[in-house]
Design a protein around this ligand. Structure first.
Ligand code: NAP
Length: 315
């Protein structure tokens, strides 16, 4: 019996694609994962599922009989925006290891802001010896916008470190051992009480430009901002104004409207901005391959696949 053929569709460098394909085929000897460009047109219609990482939309759509696609990324905003009304379901990577990597990043950069590291770095440049009061983590309120796989893991880790955590999500969250808010008024409450605001929302119609001058004007003066999900959730012009007028003392940005961040973008050289090259929670090939294997094994056993993106909600 021939093995089910699974295209690997990606714009990653070929050497990386080959690493993924080799690893997946080792883990799943019962299927044949093949780089999409090597699959003959005549064989494409037998493919029921694809494994994707930033696929070219036209290449993905050339597989006309797909039932579902497994993304190797946790965020699938690009895929959702590039393919209108797909005839297949989109399953994103849900990896507890990735959630912990993100939670570690959120805790690390929250401490960076909480312990005034940007301030001490600038004092050092000026050889200026000046001690500032060290506040307790319990005195620091951190608002986490988005309480999904990544936001919830981050909020829990922040709480374990003693921070006072507030959360904001689309639907009410019960029993999460933190104060959770929903809706526009809930967002205003979180924003206005937080010393640090962490963005872990998906980019959707509702979250595009969510952090604009209206919301910045509600923030505590001198608050910190961490954006680890998608750049377009922040209005960059309004962010610049908020940095200039001191509403935001420092922003840690891992994601941008355009990536890589263009060299002429003034965020690069802003003294109160830390620019990171989208590294807060990269996919880990080992844990991701095991998750993909389990999902695919389950599909061939039961014809069931994991919960997919709700296209109406956009995430
Ligand atoms: P998720 O599990 O889908 O969670 C999304 C959360 O956002 C949910 O809590 C959801 O509320 C909330 N939400 C969505 N729209 C909302 C709205 N309009 N108002 C209030 N809350 C809203 O996503 P995730 O796995 O945590 O990932 C979040 C994002 O992180 C991804 O979409 C991706 O952009 C980004 N990401 C970044 C990196 C990196 O390295 N920088 C890595 C991976 C992912 P409900 O719970 O009520 O549905």
């Amino acid at each position: 019996m021939t093995k089910p053929l699974i295209p690997f569709i990606s714009q990653l460098p070929l050497v990386e694609q080959l690493q993924w394909v080799e690893r997946l085929n080792q883990l799943m000897p019962n299927v044949n994962v093949t780089i999409a460009s090597a699959i003959e047109a005549i064989d494409k219609s037998q493919c029921e599922l694809a494994i994707v990482a930033n696929p070219l939309p036209e290449e993905l759509l050339s597989f006309t009989h797909l039932i579902w696609v497994q993304s190797l990324w946790a965020g699938v905003e690009r895929l959702v925006s590039e393919i209108e009304n797909p005839s297949f379901e989109i399953v994103r990577l849900v990896d507890p290891c990735l959630a912990q990597t993100m939670a570690d990043a959120v805790v690390a950069w929250s401490y960076y802001l909480h312990r005034d590291m940007p301030l001490y770095a600038s004092q050092q440049k000026n050889k200026h010896w000046l001690q500032h009061r060290v506040s307790l983590t319990t005195e620091c309120t951190i608002g986490v916008l988005g309480l999904g796989e990544l936001g919830l893991a981050s909020a829990k880790k922040l709480a374990l470190n003693g921070f006072n955590v507030l959360g904001w999500s689309q639907q009410e969250k019960a029993g999460e051992n933190m104060q959770c808010y929903v809706g526009p008024s809930g967002l205003h409450q979180v924003i206005s009480q937080s010393d640090i605001v962490v963005i872990l929302l998906p980019l959707t119609d509702k979250t595009t430009d969510l952090l604009d001058k209206t919301l910045f004007s509600l923030m505590k003066s001198g608050a910190g901002l961490i954006n680890f999900s998608r750049g377009k959730i922040i209005n960059d012009n309004d962010l610049m104004s908020a940095l200039t007028n001191g509403i935001i003392s420092h922003a840690v940005l891992d994601v941008f409207a355009q990536e890589p961040l263009p060299v002429e973008n003034s965020l690069w050289s802003h003294p109160n901005v830390t620019v990171l090259p989208h590294i807060s929670a990269p996919t880990n090939i080992d844990t991701a391959c095991n998750i993909v294997k389990n999902n695919i094994d389950e599909f061939f056993l039961t014809r069931q696949f994991p919960p997919s993106i709700d296209l109406a909600k956009g995430y």
